[in-house]
Design a protein around this ligand. Sequence first.
Ligand SMILES: *[C@@H]1O[C@H](CO)[C@@H](O)[C@H](O)[C@H]1NC(C)=O
Ligand SMILES: *[C@@H]1O[C@H](CO)[C@@H](O)[C@H](O)[C@H]1NC(C)=O
Ligand SMILES: *[C@@H]1O[C@H](CO)[C@@H](O)[C@H](O)[C@H]1NC(C)=O
Ligand SMILES: CC(=O)N[C@H]1CO[C@H](CO)[C@@H](O)[C@@H]1O
Ligand SMILES: [Zn+2]
Length: 375
Amino acid sequence: MKPLLGTLYLLGMLVPGGLGYDRSLAQHRKQVVDKTGSPWKSLETYSYNKYHPMEEIYQWMSQISEKHAEVVTQHFLGLTYEMRPMYYLKISQPSNNPKKIIWMDCGIHAREWIAPAFCQWFVKEILQNYTDNPRISRYLRNLDFYVLPVLNIDGYIYTWTTDRLWRKSRSSYNNGTCFGSDLNRNFNVSWCSTGASPNCEDLTFCGTGPVSEPETKAVSSFVESKKEDILCFLTIHSYGQLILTPYGYTTNKPSNHEELIQVGQKAANALKAKHGTNYRVGSSADILYATSGSSRDWARDIGIPFSYTFELRDNGTYGFILPEVQVQPTCEEAMEAVLSILDDIYAKYWLSNTAGKVTSTTVLLSLLWLFTSLL
Ligand SMILES: *[C@@H]1O[C@H](CO)[C@@H](O)[C@H](O)[C@H]1NC(C)=O
Ligand SMILES: *[C@@H]1O[C@H](CO)[C@@H](O)[C@H](O)[C@H]1NC(C)=O
Ligand SMILES: *[C@@H]1O[C@H](CO)[C@@H](O)[C@H](O)[C@H]1NC(C)=O
Ligand SMILES: CC(=O)N[C@H]1CO[C@H](CO)[C@@H](O)[C@@H]1O
Ligand SMILES: [Zn+2]
């Protein structure tokens, strides 16, 4: 695996961005994967009800972007501390329509395995249904989805090989005697002011400065570069069954707080309707705890209107070690919540505009009619 990754990240450093680059990268990876043999035969037998090691998720990403090449492309985002390539999947239906963006990342915390499982589930559901299901096909007329299935890849691998309950990244401090930053305390928003620790030994170590970690930097730079077009930023965690709004660094509220809560509560209701699971909705500072440097707060403060953290199942019974039998129901119900948020965003940005246009056209025609009939 090392030589393959080595080649990939060198390519990444030399020729960043661009469709041709991504395609050839996928081809290169596929060739190597085919030679070395794969742990599962094809996309058709990939199980979305299970947790997968990173190796399989890498393969899944390239296979799904090959099979659905008309709508999915795989893109290089950056390198992790241990020099592994980070890729996101872009789901986009070709059109001349200017598109807005929905961002979703999973697995910023290594041990929250249900999160990467959800990102994969989400991609699968969109691809399975976008041609026939009008609810989903209409999103794709106006929106692109950018999905980062595993943000903290080094940490995720470490939870598979060494310590199932590892949370942080794997960067090294104090001359190699201390490891890992909490990447969700490392964003450039009220950095390390509250609910974060300056001590590397701690679970919530905020890093050596805002955006000191390569994973955080990769996500921040990319999201920043697209922020005008991103309508919604979703970051998926476990556990606790919560839909969290900004902020964690203060109990003050963003300008659209009421709307965020209303849309979030509707999403929680849709979620509950699926399997009866209760999720609570509120700002992180109000219903969970204070946190500074989180991606959700940062995303809201750079101007992305809808920004939420999902804390998926469960409520503490199994915690991070959520049994695989719960993967499917957890993903199914969370899918309903995300779709509900998308419906609200769709209605706000597109239906109201169309309605506006229809109304003004109708008014104009009526006025014309009135005017001509008066002559
Ligand atoms: C770091 O570790 C190396 C090797 O153990 C040692 O030689 C060096 O003095 C250490 N540096 C500091 C600043 O502790
Ligand atoms: C963090 O954001 C502030 C503005 O709020 C900016 O001045 C500073 O350069 C940023 N730092 C980093 C490391 O991006
Ligand atoms: C989870 O626990 C909280 C606090 O005890 C409770 O309010 C909520 O209803 C619980 N949810 C479920 C699904 O049991
Ligand atoms: C999100 C969504 O609508 N998913 C549907 C995709 O299609 C399958 C098969 O028809 C349904 O079972 C899902 O509910
Ligand atoms: Zn988390």
